[in-house]
Design a binder for this molecule. Structure first.
Ligand code: COA
Ligand code: MG
Length: 290
C-alpha cells in the first residue's frame, strides 16, 4: 500500500468559506472538512452544500481530503454520507464511533451509494465505548470491503465524557491514546492524535506533538494554520534518523551480510526488524519530499 504522510491534519468548519478557500494553499498533509461539531444545527445543510462544492471545485493538490459527516443516528448523518459518497473524497470520517457495527454500517451505506473505491473510512475515537471497544473497532479493517484506514482521537469529547481533568501532560488520557495506537497497529491502521485547543501557545503545542509522536501517533489533528509548520517538523523523521536508516539499509545490502539476521553497524546491534523500521523511515521521508 502507498505510504501517505499524515503528519498534519487540519480541521475546518464546513460553513467557513474563507477556511475552505485558504486550505488550498496551506501546507497540511490532510484536511478535514467538518460537517459535525463545528457546524451549528441551523447551518448543517448549507455547510454540506459548501463542502461538496469545495471538493468538486478541487485545487487542493496533494492534500488528502476528508469529510467529517454527522453521526448516522442524527437527522443529517445519512444525507451527509450520501453527499460525501457522490464526490471523490479521499476519506469520510465517522464521528462518535462506539462499536464495530458503526463502521460496518457506514461502509455498507457507501457501497450502496456506489462511492468510489478509493474513498476510505476513518473513525473518531472519542467515546468511552470507543476506547473500551478499540480492538474490535479496529478489527473491522480485517475485511477490505470496509475500506477502513485511520483512527482519529477526539480528545475534547473524551475529556467531556470521562470528566477527566485536562492537565498539560494529558496524564488521565494517555492510557486511552496508547490503547488506540495499539489497536490501530494490530490491524494496519494509521492513527492521528487529538487537537490542542490553545492555538496561541506554541511551546505547549510542540510538547504535545512530541508526546503524541512518542506514543506512536502518525500525526496530529489541528485547528489553526499556525499549528501546521511545527507539527510537520515534529512528525517528520529527523535528518539523523534518515541518515542512520540509510546506513542500516546499506549495511544489510553488503554481500557479506546477505542471509544474516543480525549485524553490527557503528558498534550497535542491528536486526532485520531494524531494517524494516529503517525502510519505513526512508519511505515516509521520500513520500514527504514528493
Ligand atoms: N482552516 C483554514 N483556515 C483557517 C482555519 C482553519 N481551521 N482557522 C483559521 N483560518 C484562517 C482564517 O480564515 C484567517 O484567514 P485570513 O487571515 O487569511 O483571512 C487566518 O487563518 C487567521 O485566522 P485567525 O484570525 O487567527 O483565527 P479565527 O479567529 O478566524 O479562527 C478558530 C479561530 C478557532 C475559530 C478557527 O481557527 C477554527 O474554526 N478552527 C477549526 C475549528 C474546528 O474545525 N473544530 C472542529 C474539530 S475540533
Ligand atoms: Mg468530537
Amino acid at each position: 500500500m502507498k505510504i501517505r504522510p499524515r503528519r498534519s491534519v487540519l480541521y475546518m468548519p464546513g460553513a467557513n468559506d474563507r477556511a475552505l478557500e485558504k486550505a488550498r494553499s496551506l501546507p497540511a498533509d490532510a484536511l478535514i472538512l467538518d460537517l459535525e461539531d463545528s457546524v451549528a444545527p441551523e447551518a448543517k445543510v448549507q455547510a454540506r452544500d459548501k463542502v461538496i462544492a469545495a471538493v468538486k471545485g478541487g485545487g487542493y493538490g496533494q492534500r488528502e481530503i476528508v469529510i467529517r459527516v454527522n453521526a448516522l443516528d442524527t437527522p443529517w448523518g445519512a444525507d451527509d454520507l450520501k453527499a460525501a459518497a457522490s464526490v471523490k473524497a479521499d476519506a469520510i470520517l465517522v464521528p462518535k464511533v462506539s462499536r464495530p457495527g458503526d463502521m460496518v454500517s457506514a461502509a455498507k451505506l457507501l457501497k450502496a451509494q456506489g462511492a468510489a473505491a478509493e474513498t476510505r473510512l476513518w473513525a473518531m475515537m472519542e467515546t468511552p465505548l470507543a476506547i473500551l471497544n478499540a480492538r474490535d473497532i479496529a478489527g473491522v479493517a480485517g475485511d477490505a470491503d470496509n475500506r477502513f484506514s485511520c483512527l482519529v482521537l477526539g480528545t475534547n469529547d473524551l475529556l467531556k465524557e470521562s470528566r477527566a481533568r485536562a492537565l498539560g501532560d494529558r496524564f488521565a488520557i494517555v492510557p486511552w491514546l496508547a490503547a488506540s495506537v495499539l489497536a490501530a497497529r494490530a490491524y494496519g491502521l494509521d492513527v492521528i492524535d487529538g487537537v490542542f485547543n490553545d492555538f496561541k501557545d506554541e511551546p505547549g503545542f510542540r510538547a504535545e506533538c512530541e508526546q503524541g509522536r512518542t506514543l506512536g501517533m502518525d500525526g496530529k489533528t489541528l485547528i489553526h494554520p499556525s499549528q501546521i509548520a511545527p507539527c510537520n517538523e515534529i512528525f517528520s523523521p529527523s535528518t539523523e534518523e534518515v541518515e542512520w536508516s540509510r546506513k542500516v539499509i546499506q549495511a544489510f545490502a553488503f554481500p557479506e551480510h546477505k542471509g544474516k539476521g543480525v549485524i553490527t553497524v557503528e558498534g550497535r546491534m542491528v536486526e532485520r526488524l531494524h531494517l524494516v523500521m529503517a525502510e519505513r523511515v526512508v519511505a515516509i521521508w521520500e513520500a514527504i519530499a514528493a
